[in-house]
Design a protein around this ligand. Structure first.
Ligand SMILES: Nc1ncnc2c1ncn2[C@@H]1O[C@H](COP(=O)(O)OP(=O)(O)O)[C@@H](O)[C@H]1O
Ligand SMILES: [Mg+2]
Length: 457
């Protein structure tokens, strides 16, 4: 929830002023003086807070300031000789961490002169500052779930995600679970995020912090607040971006979406939504298939599509579901049962490469044995060397020809995900890394493959 307008900042400022001066303004490790919105983000007294929107709004600086808030010696609790405050700042990739003037580089600009003064040491290998108080500030990248293993025993007091929308929610949640309050100390535990809109985590970040009904605080950032930028020049630079990126970075627009992709436009997709009652209850169903994209990595979803071919040559996606859960068995069984009146004759799983695939197929055949028998369904898998983009092509063609439709009773959030995937799916793998895995789209592709075999579309 945007707390910028509905917080009594004057009151909060009066409460926090002394603390702010002591821990930020007069902090010898923080050379920049926060401007208004940064200060709001810094004094907001909640365990989680998110600063986001426009680029250039001083997000990385604010995040670094908040991490450094409690590293000074004066925070060593009475009766202790060291401060156990450990702060962690995360970026998505090693390259992101290493970029000039990105957050770790900025920390080096701020802090390495203090190493010369003997106030801290920088451990290059570990990418860690160790302050004389005993406090630490570590920089890491987190491009894969397996990187989480190294945090198993970790106890942290501050975790900051820079460019939070580049991460899946489970990684944020996992590190959140590593926060521990320090004994004998008033230092609060904090999770802080900063980000522009866009990126693979856009949806969950928006839902968690930005939407009106989100529970957690969001403070919008604006480059027009940042008097240290040459704003005219910066605005011109942002104008050179493509329309979507400009809406996201220049205007911090959380609702900006791509109007059209390489395969199909958003208009064509919206026009393909039809109602059973008004449109296709008179069509004769011919046969039905279910396609499955099983989740392979931690951030993927298990997605399933139920597709029906009608005698008039049209096809309708009658049902679509997905889950991030690692245990989708029950959901799939329900999916089959609720669509059994369409008489699905094949369930086609995407076959993962590798020797586990035979085992996976057996697993599903066993789990579904009673349903398979009852409804006469075949459970199979298909391996494909096609890219996700090529897999989406045939169904996109059908949409453009007004032959593939979407039932309007499909869960609107799932349908929205599917449509977004049609628009952002791209032949370049590097481009695809910016977006969530198009699992719903893939499951539809696997259902369509089996229809294609029969009718040779
Ligand atoms: N309070 C501040 N005082 C001085 N310079 C600042 C301050 N906040 C940000 N800047 C500078 O403005 C530029 C943009 O800030 P940055 O934190 O990178 O923005 P964002 O992460 O939102 O894109 C950087 O060069 C940064 O050092
Ligand atoms: Mg930044």
């Amino acid at each position: 929830m945007n707390v910028d307008n509905n917080t009594d900042w004057r009151k909060l400022w009066l409460q926090q002023r002394n603390h702010f001066k002591a821990t930020i303004y007069n902090n010898k490790f923080i050379p920049q003086k926060p401007f208004g919105r940064q200060a709001r983000f810094l004094i907001y007294p909640s365990e989680e807070a998110f600063y986001g929107g426009q680029a250039g709004g001083g997000k990385s600086s604010a995040l670094l300031m908040s991490a450094l808030q409690y590293v000074e010696e004066k925070h060593i609790p009475e009766g202790h000789d060291k401060l156990k405050y450990n702060a962690l700042i995360i970026r998505r990739t090693l390259e992101d961490l290493d970029m000039p003037n990105a957050i770790m580089d900025r920390a080096k600009q701020w802090l390495l002169p203090k190493e010369d003064e003997g106030l801290l040491v920088w451990k290059d290998q570990k990418k860690r500052f160790i302050f004389n108080s005993g406090a630490t500030l570590t920089f890491r990248y987190l491009s894969h779930n397996k990187h989480l293993n190294s945090y198993q025993g970790a106890e942290l007091q501050f975790v900051g995600f820079d460019e939070l929308t580049q991460f899946p929610e489970n990684q944020y949640n996992y590190l959140h679970s590593r926060l521990r309050k320090l004994e004998d100390s008033d230092i609060p535990i904090r999770m802080r995020g900063a980000s522009n809109p866009g990126g693979i985590g856009h949806d969950w970040v928006k839902k968690r912090f930005v939407d009106d009904n989100a529970k957690l605080p969001f403070i919008p950032s604006a480059y027009t607040d940042n008097k240290y930028l040459n704003q005219t020049e910066y605005s011109k630079q942002l104008d050179k971006l493509d329309e979507l990126t400009r809406l996201q970075l220049k205007y911090g627009d959380w609702n900006a979406v791509l109007k059209s992709g390489l395969l199909v436009s958003r208009n064509q997709l919206n026009n393909a939504v039809i109602s059973y009652q008004n449109t296709y209850n008179t069509w004769q169903p011919s046969f039905c298939t279910i396609g499955i994209d099983p989740a392979s990595t931690g951030s993927d979803k298990f997605a399933m599509s139920c597709l029906v071919y009608f005698n008039n040559g049209n096809i309708v996606l009658v049902d679509l579901d997905s889950t991030p859960s690692a245990y989708p068995e029950e959901l799939l069984r329900n999916f089959i049962i609720r669509n059994s009146h369409w008489r699905p004759y094949i369930i086609n799983f995407e076959q993962e490469p590798g020797s586990d695939s035979a085992y996976a197929l057996k697993h599903w055949q066993t789990i579904l044995r009673d349903l398979v028998k009852k409804y006469g369904i075949t459970v199979k898998n298909t391996q494909t060397s096609h890219s996700k983009y090529n897999r989406a092509r045939p169904t996109a063609n059908m949409i453009r020809q007004n032959r593939l439709f979407f039932d309007d009773r499909i869960n609107s959030e799932k349908l929205r995900s599917l449509f977004n995937q049609y628009v952002y799916v791209h032949p370049d793998k590097e481009v695809m890394k910016e977006y969530p895995s198009p699992d719903e789209l893939d499951s539809l592709g696997y259902a369509f493959m089996e229809i294609q075999k029969v009718i040779r579309l």
